[in-house]
Design a protein around this ligand. Structure first.
Ligand SMILES: [Zn+2]
Length: 286
């Protein structure tokens, strides 16, 4: 496949099988073209070019930051700031998707109307995914520019998004809280966030450090007291020990930063193996 630029906003791709196709030129294509893919998704046809480019990676010493995938704020930082996740936009799209899904349910099976309704639901879902992806790209690029070290909780998505309902004999704990947490994780696509951040940090000469998620939300980042009851609500952490009050997601982000930047000596291997066995236990339960 070859391609050329027609003008500011259009390009032309030429493929031996399908011939010439005009496409919207949405961004620069740097480096040497390796291959191109044409694909159809619920939003329409897309062409993507994979290129290869030599980049010089210089190890960089930059400030460190802790990132928490919060319950109230989708992404909280240890410096007290929050990522500008387009919550309202995603909520509006969710609402429209629910409406469209209801419309779909009312359609007779095999009808043309149903086909149209189905495409509408799929397009809305694809748009939500695109909003998330855009956010993840922009936010991780910003982190890679601004920081040398980014500390995050090690991913346990498979474990965390597993339903908390349990069984009739053994009902799960904290069903509602867990459902809320799941929503928030899925809302920003935490796995994608990790993936984008990992390669962008590597390209910028920075580093990501994964820390254990244990106790990051219940420990006081000021004095180190670990007490579940200090978390007064989803939003607020109030330490009974030292009296400090802060945003609960920010508190967790600071704990993650502390865990990631602590000297290696302080890391206890025991904690890791304990976690591993717990994971194993929950895997058996599932
Ligand atoms: Zn405290």
């Amino acid at each position: 496949m070859t391609f050329r630029r027609l003008n500011k906003s259009w390009g032309m791709a030429k493929s031996p099988k399908i011939g010439e196709v005009r496409f919207r030129w949405t961004r620069d294509i740097p480096g040497k073209l390796k291959n191109a893919t044409i694909g159809l998704d619920p939003l329409g046809w897309h062409v993507s070019f994979a290129t290869e480019q030599e980049i010089e990676v210089v190890a960089r010493v930059g400030p460190a930051v802790g990132v928490d995938c919060g319950v109230v704020e989708p992404v909280a930082y240890s410096d007290g700031t929050f990522a500008a996740f387009p919550k309202e936009r995603v909520r509006a799209l969710e609402r429209r998707t629910r409406q469209a899904a209801r419309g779909l349910a009312r359609c007779r099976k095999g009808s043309n109307r149903r086909k149209v309704a189905k495409a509408r639901v799929a397009a809305l879902r694809a748009r939500m995914a695109r909003v998330r992806k855009h956010f993840n790209h922009v936010e991780t690029a910003r982190l890679a520019r601004a920081f040398g070290v980014v500390c995050l909780e090690a991913l346990r998505i498979g474990n965390m998004t597993a339903t908390a309902k349990g069984t009739v004999e053994e009902p799960g704990k904290n069903v509602a809280q867990k459902a809320g947490l799941n929503r928030s994780i899925l809302e920003i696509g935490w796995y994608q966030f990790h993936r984008f951040l990992a390669y962008k940090m590597a390209a910028a000469g920075g580093e990501i450090r994964l820390v254990s998620a244990a106790h990051t939300s219940t420990t006081c980042s000021c004095c180190g007291t670990n007490d579940k009851t200090n978390r007064k609500s989803q939003a607020v952490y109030e330490c009974a020990g030292c009296g400090s009050a802060m945003n609960a997601d920010t508190n967790a982000a600071v704990n993650i930063l502390l865990a990631g930047t602590r000297p290696a000596k302080a890391k206890r291997p025991r904690a890791a193996s304990r976690r591993a066995s717990r994971l194993e236990a929950s895997a058996q339960a599932a």
